[in-house]
Design a protein around this ligand. Sequence first.
Ligand code: UDP
Ligand code: MG
Length: 162
Amino acid sequence: MLQEQEVHAAEMERTFIAIKPDGVQRGLIAEIISRFERKGFKLVAIKIVVPSKEFAQKHYHDLKERPFFDGLCDFLSSGPVIAMVWEGEGVIKYGRKLIGATDPQKSEPGTIRGDLAVVVGRNIIHGSDGPETAKDEINLWFKPDELMATKPLSREEIANTE
Ligand code: UDP
Ligand code: MG
């Protein structure tokens, strides 16, 4: 008999997480991935990419009126970024908890920014802030075939596991 949680895994929540150029340059890739892995979240997509400035502007389009927008987009496109999709129950909200507050001066110790960053303009990591942004950001950074499939099981497949 198929376990209930296996069926739920087919529709599991996903979020977009990026290690920004400062995190990559400082050698924090493994440290950051390890925190998400140890928590129990599942990596379903990963790539290293240098985004163009135009792409960075798309990613941060919500912030285009803010005074730091231009510098932020210049910075995101200044070097390699590790783009990832993580999956798991509550991963959008809890991912933000693992990351910590936007300003590392206000991030709690124990969080990624709290432990590893000092200033807001170099806070090493991005995480989607809600279900809609998660969907949009995953679609912006990844093609569907770059994501590990956890497709819903058909009725036949479910019946065959009994
Ligand atoms: N940022 C900045 N100055 C600010 C606020 C934000 O440079 O006063 C940068 C910072 O790198 C932050 C990014 O803009 O991570 C996006 O801002 P947002 O408010 O979405 O924060 P986040 O979701 O990354 O915590
Ligand atoms: Mg944000």
